[in-house]
Design a binder for this molecule. Structure first.
Ligand code: ADE
Length: 233
């Protein structure tokens, strides 16, 4: 998978790939990361990339010219590129999107800064537009990293242990059961005794009960939305 981050601030993104799982995936040639800065395409003599909004409104909007030229260049060099824009005005990104996008070969993430991107750029170039949640960030860079991370762990070879993808929250409507590590007792706090006894069918039942309780408490709408009776005890 190749990712191209189209951003005015590549430095905000680079650090994330310098350690841990995604760095290992880059070292193994499973992932390749590129950057494209719209400022490098600006025809303005001061390399300006934004202007005030036509029709009024606070803040600056990213101009079409640098982004049109950057994205035309990118598309001319990469036939199968899938272009994703990040903005709070979009459908929310969910786990199914992460799994679906993992099948692409090249994704470009286009991040807006300031008050956003001239809508004509999105109209012309977006294959998809995502929000990562109902809050406003200072730009799309963090959102693009969130999506890139969630997609990458669904690509073969990125996670060490393929099993860890199997029973995760959002793979079913139920949130994942709590996990515990060693020691069995830490500062007087015990791991549930059923987890320790080694009876796998009893552990499964307890985990299901705990999943159900967590889901009812934190995300009750998940149970309603997915008609989750079938998953419950
Ligand atoms: N840019 C600013 N806020 C955002 C959000 N919530 N999701 C995606 N892109 C954004």
């Amino acid at each position: 998978m190749t990712y191209t981050f189209v951003t005015l601030f590549p430095n905000l993104i680079e650090g994330y790939f310098k350690d841990s799982i995604l760095k290992r995936a880059i070292d193994k040639d499973i992932l390749e990361i590129n950057y494209l800065n719209p400022r490098d395409y600006s025809k303005n003599k001061h390399f300006k990339v934004d202007d005030t909004a036509i029709g009024g409104g606070a803040g600056m909007v990213m101009n079409p010219q640098p982004l049109f030229d950057a994205l035309d260049d990118l598309k001319s060099r990469n036939e199968n590129i899938h272009i994703v824009f990040l903005t709070p005005v979009a459908k929310p990104f969910v786990q199914n999107d992460a799994k679906r996008l993992a099948n692409k070969t090249h994704i470009a993430f286009v991040s807006g800064r300031y008050e956003g991107i001239d809508e004509r750029v999105i109209e012309k170039y977006a294959d998809e537009v995502f929000s990562i949640g109902d809050y406003i960030l200072t730009g799309g860079e963090l959102a693009s990293l969130v999506i890139c991370d969630a997609v990458s762990r669904n690509i073969d070879g990125v996670l060490g242990n393929a099993q860890s993808l199997e029973v995760e929250s959002f793979e079913t409507p139920l949130l994942e059961a709590p996990s515990f590590s060693k020691p069995k007792i830490y500062e007087g706090l015990c791991v549930p005794s059923e987890y320790l006894k080694g009876n796998h069918s009893k552990i499964r039942s307890l985990k299901l009960a705990l999943s159900e309780a967590k889901t009812k408490f934190f995300r009750p709408e998940q149970l309603i939305k997915h008609n989750a009776e079938q998953y419950l005890l």
